[in-house]
Ligand binder design. Structure first.
Ligand code: HEM
Length: 158
């Protein structure tokens, strides 16, 4: 069960990162509807990641570092920054989503954002927040995968 939850959590966070990157490319090419769908998919996958990850912790399945002692500090820095930023990403994503929802409700449709000042203002805030959300989210996804791979080689269940 623990091994299943560990694999499920790494698969969902990596897929979430891929959906996030496609969402960024989609908005850069002006495809707002597709951007919204990609980002909502990334959010659902990130929620699933948290569910799998916290279930793994709840059943007490953790792997400890049993690799070379001189690499242990680097591993702990990686694990610590990943865990801290995974927690920070939750409010960042919620605020980004909240401004997007506010803007969409004000405009009625994503095609009318520029015509409705309240919607334009909400999406300006959205853009300001995602400047932080996207890099933090990507860091969590990439380091989640790295930690999983490293622990396959240098980790042991205690
Ligand atoms: C947490 C999830 C989301 C993230 C991380 C995200 C990320 C981004 C990024 C990176 C940009 C481009 C910013 C720039 O070029 O400066 C953007 C713009 C935009 N996003 Fe999102 N987004 C998310 C959810 C949504 C949702 C759910 C909607 C629709 C309701 C949406 C609608 C838009 C629109 C309309 C823009 C263009 C704003 C403008 O050009 O004024 N986003 N978003």
């Amino acid at each position: 069960m623990g091994e299943f939850l560990a694999t499920a959590s790494v698969v969902t966070i990596v897929l979430s990162g891929l959906a996030l990157v496609s969402g960024v490319f989609l908005i850069r090419s002006g495809r707002r509807e597709a951007h919204m769908r990609a980002m909502l998919t990334a959010t659902v996958l990130a929620v699933l990641f948290l569910v799998f990850y916290l279930s793994k912790v709840a059943i007490g399945y953790t792997k400890s570092w049993v690799g070379p002692a001189e690499w242990r500090t680097w591993y702990l820095v990686l694990l610590g920054s990943h865990t801290l930023l995974a927690a920070v990403n939750v409010p960042l994503a919620l605020v980004a989503l909240w401004y997007a929802r506010k803007g969409l409700l004000a405009a009625g449709t994503l095609a009318r954002v520029e015509q409705v000042p309240a919607a334009a203002a909400a999406f300006a805030r959205h853009r300001a927040w995602v400047r932080w959300t996207v890099p933090v989210w990507l860091y969590v996804a990439v380091t989640g995968w790295i930690i999983y791979v490293v622990l396959e080689r240098y980790g042991a269940v205690r």
